[in-house]
Write a protein of this length. Sequence first.
Length: 434
Amino acid sequence: MTPYGIIEKKRNGDALTQKEINYFVSSFMKGEVKDYQMTAFLMAVYFNGMTYEETRYLTEAYIQSGETIDLSDLPGIKVDKHSTGGVGDKVSIVLAPLVASLGVPVPMISGRGLGHTGGTIDKLESIPGFKTDFSINQFKKLLKTHGLALISQTEDIVPADKRIYALRDVTATINSVPLIIASIISKKMAEGINGLVLDVKCGKGAFMKTQKETRNLAKGLVRIGKEFDKKIIVVITAMDQPLGYKIGNWLEIEECVDCLKGNGPADLLDIVYALAEHMLILGGAAKDKFEARQKCEQAITNGTAFEKFLDIARAQGGDTKMLENPEKYPVASGREKLTAEKDGFISGMNALDIGLACVELGAGRLRSGEKVDPQAGIILFKKIGDKVSAGDDLLEVRTNNAGSIPQVMEKLTHAVSIDNARQKEPKLILEDLS
């Protein structure tokens, strides 16, 4: 058994054994399989896929590469949420404190930006002082004390996925169903949860472009998750246009604060509530969706959800004064607006192109290990269905790399479509597989 032989076998479309997958992953972690060999393997998987058994073996190999957390000594039913990634998708940052404020412990281990999609950790770290790097014991202490923890993958939890995730981000091997499944399920099973709600995105700005592809991914996630005796619920949501009006790390934190204060965009709050309903039912805090929705709306209205966010931010070193006064946050030096060239109605806001533009502005990574610019991003002034007149502002780009603006603006010109007829408001929640 050699790395070359395993890569060749997968390249030829043959199924790998559990022993071969374990050997390849463990050898990669020891440094015996190099990054370029892992990249070749990932590309072979991207083109040839994996059987259900191979996907399960890969998931198990990821989990076995590190430690698993035992949360059985902590009270409550621990429930987490995960999204497959989208543009402007800051749902977790609103959802986690909301659910935790209603008595369901939320042990959330999140990732950084992947490709054109933003990462929860990058967004949280745009809050001055906010730390996401904690040991397992510190993670458990946060959860026990606050009912919530918002941390990044540690060196001990699924380290194989952490390293491979970074390679996928910069080698165009992101939207592979088996690689997505292994990455998500391994992290979530290792963090000691009892239940999981998955937001699986579908559309131009998602890794899965069609509802059929998305449903296949959703079913695969549920099937693999059941191997670990966990209750998993999947909600399929649309990602043809960005979620909310702000894209970029700190910009999205601003919008999260708006949501937690009850002033957020309707599309963002709709998804937050839909996922929160499932989490509260799984966690035993509500008997049905109606009761769960009432509790969520009350927690937003009376401020307990926002207070929980401030509580966990403070516990993780964040500057809560900045969250209470987001207008004091430094603004990027480079700013430019895109205006409408004609009258009409917005018929398209290509989430993929907008996400890629954000990466070029500095909000994401072009190379593995790059730092992101917390101030970079895009603010939308219009969404699909909105009426516009020639000269109206459509969006604004922000960056500290002014040299990227001309090329980005050219791309964004083609990302926004204006037609004479008004489009129907896009359906947001496509399927609820509970």
